[in-house]
Ligand binder design. Structure first.
Ligand code: AMP
Length: 461
C-alpha cells in the first residue's frame, strides 16, 4: 500500500517521498484513513513506530483541503492543536509538520516553556493553522490572551501517558474546557493506565482503536519464557501448564494446520475445551471459533500464524508457542497478541531439541536471550536427537562428530530449584530421583491466573 493509495494529496506524498519513505508503517496504515474519515482515534504506539506522521499527514491533508474564512483583523484562530509532554517532543513534532507540509500553504509554530515568551507571542499574531504546545506554556498564552483556541478542529494528545506522569492532567482538563465541543480528538499513548482510560472515556467519541507492536522488538509488557521439553512430551506439558495455572483465553500457536487440528483433539481428550482456527477453515467457521473463544466457551484457541493475524482480543493471556515459528519475525507478531493496551502479558514457548536453531534466530532478532526453564518431571532426555523440521528454514541440526547424542541445550533454570541456578542436563538414568513422587510442582509460578469470577465480571461489564 502506498501513501497515495491512502488518499493523501500529491504535495504530501511528494514530501514523504523526499524523506525516503516508500510505504506507510503499520500505524500509518491504520491511523491515516481513520483521521481522514473524521473519526476519533485511540492509539497505543511508542516512539519509533512512525506515529507522528500517522497523525500529522492526515491533519495536513484535512486542513489544506478545507480552507476557512479568517478574520481580517484580530487574533487568528488555531485549527489543530497538538499537545506534547516535553519541549523536545514539541519541537520534534513541529519539525515534522514543517517537513511533511513543505509543499502546502499550512502554517505552524510551537510554544513551550523555559524560553522567552515574547517571540512566541509575536509568531501567534500571524496565521497559525497547527500549534504544537506543552500544556503549561499554552495556558500562559491563554491567560495573556495571546492565543485563540475557540476554533480548534482537531486535538492531538501525543504521549498522553507521559503527560499524566508529569502531572499535566489538570492543565489538560483546563485546556479541553477552552476548545469547541465539536472537534476531532486523537489520543496517542504507549501505555494505558486507569488514568489514561478515564481521560479517553471522557474525551473520545466512538474512537477507532489502533495498537501496533514495535518493529522487531518484543513488547516490553510481555514476560517471556522458554520451557525446554522433549518433542513427544510437549502436549502433556501444555495440558499440565494450562491446568496448573488455570489459564483461560489462552492462544496457542502451531506451525501447521494439521498440527493445530491434532492439538485440539488432544487437548479435548485432556478435558481442556479447545478450538482451531486456520486457513483450511471457512471464514464462517473461523468467525464462530473466535466468537466461542471470546465468549469463554472454549479455553484454548489453537492458531497458525496466518489465521492469527486479524485476531484482536483484549485480556488475552497467555500466548503459548507450542512450536516456534520458522520465521523469527512471526515470533514477534505472535507475542504481540498479548501485553496489549498496557496490560502485562505473558508468552511461553515449548521448545524441543529440533527447534534450538530457531530459538537462536529469534533471540538474535529480538537482541535478547530469553529465560529458559525445565520443569521437574519434564526434564529433557539428552539421548533424543534433533530431527529436521518440515518446511523449516533451520532446526534440522544434525549431531556433530564426537558429540553424539548431546544436544546443545542452552542453560535452563529448574522450577524446583529455589536458587534458580543454571542446571546441567542430567543423564536420563539419574533423572528419576529428581522427580517428585507426587506429580509436578511449580514452586515459582510465573503467572497470576485470572480468577474465574474476575473473568465473568469483566465479561458482564
Ligand atoms: P515516530 O515514531 O513518529 O517518532 O517516527 C520514528 C521515525 O520513523 C522518524 O525518524 C520518522 O522519520 C521515521 N518514519 C516515519 N514514517 C516512516 C515511513 N513510512 N517510512 C520510513 N520511515 C518513517
Amino acid at each position: 500500500m502506498s501513501f497515495s493509495a491512502l488518499g493523501l494529496a500529491d504535495e504530501i506524498v511528494r514530501a514523504v517521498t523526499s524523506e525516503g519513505y516508500t510505504q506507510p508503517t503499520p500505524i500509518q496504515l491504520q491511523a491515516i484513513p481513520a483521521v481522514l474519515g473524521g473519526q476519533d482515534v485511540l492509539a497505543a504506539a511508542q516512539t519509533g513506530t512512525g506515529k507522528t506522521a500517522g497523525f500529522t499527514l492526515p491533519i495536513l491533508q484535512k486542513l489544506s483541503s478545507q480552507m476557512i474564512k479568517r478574520p481580517s483583523i484580530g487574533r487568528q484562530p488555531v485549527r489543530a492543536l497538538i499537545l506534547t509532554p516535553t519541549r523536545e517532543l514539541a519541537a520534534q513534532v513541529e519539525e515534522s509538520v514543517q517537513t511533511y507540509g513543505k509543499y502546502l500553504k499550512i502554517t505552524s509554530t510551537t510554544v513551550f516553556g523555559g524560553v522567552n515568551i515574547n517571540p512566541q507571542i509575536q509568531r501567534l499574531r500571524s496565521r497559525i493553522d497547527i500549534l504544537v504546545a506543552t500544556p503549561g506554556r499554552l495556558l500562559d498564552h491563554v491567560q495573556q490572551r495571546t492565543v485563540d483556541l475557540s476554533q480548534v478542529e482537531i486535538l492531538v494528545l501525543d504521549e498522553a501517558d507521559r503527560m499524566l506522569d508529569m502531572g499535566f492532567i489538570r492543565d489538560i482538563r483546563r485546556i479541553l474546557a477552552l476548545l469547541p465541543r465539536q472537534r476531532q480528538n486523537l489520543l496517542f499513548s504507549a501505555t494505558f493506565s486507569e488514568e489514561i482510560k478515564s481521560l479517553a472515556t471522557g474525551l473520545l467519541h466512538q474512537p477507532v482503536i489502533i495498537e501496533v507492536a514495535q518493529r522487531n522488538a518484543t513488547p516490553d509488557l510481555v514476560d517471556q519464557k522458554i520451557y525446554l521439553v522433549d518433542r513427544e512430551r510437549k502436549r502433556e506439558l501444555l495440558s499440565y501448564l494450562i491446568k496448573t495455572h488455570e489459564w483461560y483465553q489462552t492462544l496457542v500457536f502451531t506451525r501447521t494446520k494439521h498440527g493445530a487440528d491434532r492439538l485440539v483433539k488432544q487437548l479435548t481428550q485432556d478435558d481442556i475445551p479447545a478450538v482451531a482456527i486456520h486457513g483450511n477453515k471457512s471464514q464462517a467457521a473461523r468467525t464462530r471459533a473466535l466468537a466461542r473463544f471470546k465468549a469463554g466457551e472454549v479455553q484454548v484457541l489453537v492458531a497458525t500464524d496466518i489465521a492469527a493475524r486479524g485476531i484482536d482480543i483484549t485480556d488475552l493471556r497467555p500466548v503459548i508457542n507450542f512450536e516456534l515459528p520458522n520465521v523469527p519475525e512471526d515470533y514477534v507478531h505472535r507475542i504481540g497478541r498479548t501485553g496489549r493496551a498496557g496490560i502485562q502479558g505473558e508468552a511461553f514457548s515449548l521448545v524441543c531439541v529440533d527447534e534450538l536453531d530457531l530459538l537462536r534466530n529469534i533471540e538474535r532478532l529480538i537482541k535478547r536471550s530469553l529465560p529458559k526453564e525445565m520443569l521437574d518431571s519434564f526434564e529433557v532426555d539428552p539421548q533424543i536427537r534433533a530431527e529436521p523440521i518440515p518446511n523449516g528454514r533451520s532446526g534440522s541440526k544434525q549431531p556433530q562428530r564426537g558429540r553424539r547424542n548431546e544436544p546443545d541445550y542452552p542453560p535452563a533454570k529448574s522450577s524446583s530449584s529455589p536458587s534458580h541456578q543454571s542446571k546441567k542436563v542430567i543423564p536420563r538414568e539419574n533423572i528419576k530421583e529428581n522427580i517428585p513422587k507426587t506429580g509436578n510442582h511449580i514452586t515459582n509460578p510465573v503467572t497470576h491466573p485470572i480468577p474465574k469470577q474476575v473473568i465473568s465480571r469483566r465479561r458482564g461489564s
